[in-house]
Design a binder for this molecule. Structure first.
Ligand code: FAD
Ligand code: SF4
Length: 283
């Protein structure tokens, strides 16, 4: 029985990894990009932040080390960065209007594929910028805005219209879209609410959930930490800190990755923030 390579079956987007790696090895970067974009239109972004399940399951890793698939993707995408991509159309315009709600990677990909198949697509987004969690969740030191927005620009080049600051339920409804003539509505609104820990004291002043913190930083509105000591905790530590009557007077509840963010805020505010672990006491 013939099966596809493990890297392909383990890639959530089903990217044909052996094919594009082979093209990269031959220096055929434009063709490699085109092949990649057939299944995933975001090689520049994924080359930076994809968890790369392809590499974890690479067969070469059974012998020594896995192929550096994601770095190769990043190299390819960076090499082609300056070249604007206009996505090819597979069908003529059919004048059917489709609304996509939410401009995260799911909504943007849906919009692109529909536009390529001849639909007239409008993306409605409640935030000022597109990208969803890529813009308002992943910090810029991991995914610089320039790369992110440059790659999203290709979606508009396919003829997709973008309408920012438009919130479903506040500025429009599904019925109002249907009344305007949209024949279908695609809901891709993500999961933007932090998971509650369901512990006593969780809603106290000074406790900031991770997603809220990241969004405020992305919008250049970080919390005012002037003169405050800051505690970054993981879930277990949050329980511990809340139960111990909050000795620091200000607890930031989030995961370990937030430590880097806090250091960014400290720099942003040109002030000193002390990051301390409640269990080890280490900074
Ligand atoms: C902190 C963090 C770090 C991450 N890091 C990585 C990583 O390194 N690599 C990786 O692969 N994945 C990462 N992820 C996961 C990744 O960001 C998500 O899987 C992905 O963004 C989900 O895409 P989506 O389009 O479904 O939703 P989202 O990206 O959440 O997009 C949904 C969009 O819908 C909009 N919306 C919501 N409600 C409405 C409404 N009522 N009206 C109009 N618009 C609305 C939102 O504003 C948003 O723009 C990370 C996630 C987080 C939170
Ligand atoms: S880096 Fe991510 S998107 Fe690229 S092939 Fe691997 S799993 Fe797929």
């Amino acid at each position: 029985m013939l099966v596809r390579a493990r890297c392909v079956t383990d890639c959530p987007a089903g990217v044909d990894v052996p094919a594009y790696l082979s093209l990269i090895a031959q220096g055929r970067y434009t063709e490699a990009m085109a092949l990649h974009r057939e299944s995933n239109p975001f090689p520049l972004i994924c080359g930076r932040v994809c968890p790369a399940s392809c590499e974890r399951n690479c067969r070469r890793g059974d012998i020594d080390d896995p192929i550096a698939i994601r770095p190769a993707k990043r190299f390819m995408a960076d090499h082609e960065f300056e070249i604007p991509w206009t996505p090819p159309k597979s069908k003529a315009p059919n004048h059917i209007h489709v609304a996509v709600i939410g401009a995260g990677p799911a909504g943007l990909t849906a919009a692109l594929r529909l536009a390529q198949q001849g639909y007239t697509v409008t993306v409605f987004e409640r935030m000022p910028l597109p990208g969803g969690m890529m813009t308002y969740g992943i910090p810029t030191f991991r995914l610089p805005r320039e790369a992110l927005l440059a790659e999203i620009e290709h979606i508009w080049r396919a003829g997709v219209e973008f309408r920012p600051n438009m919130e479903l339920g506040a500025d429009f409804t599904i019925k109002s879209l249907m009344d305007e003539g949209y024949r279908a509505v695609i809901l891709t609104i993500g999961a933007h609410r932090s998971r509650a820990l369901d512990i006593k004291g969780e809603d106290r002043t000074g406790i900031i959930q991770g997603l809220q913190l990241l969004r405020e930083i992305a919008m250049d509105q970080p919390p005012d930490l002037q003169g405050k000591r800051v505690l970054a905790t993981r879930e277990f530590d949050v329980t511990e800190a809340a139960a111990s009557d909050d000795p620091y007077g200000g607890v930031i509840a989030a995961n370990r990755a937030v430590k880097n963010i806090l250091l960014q805020i400290a720099e942003f505010c040109s002030q000193y923030a002390r990051i301390e672990s409640p269990r080890s006491g280490q900074e």
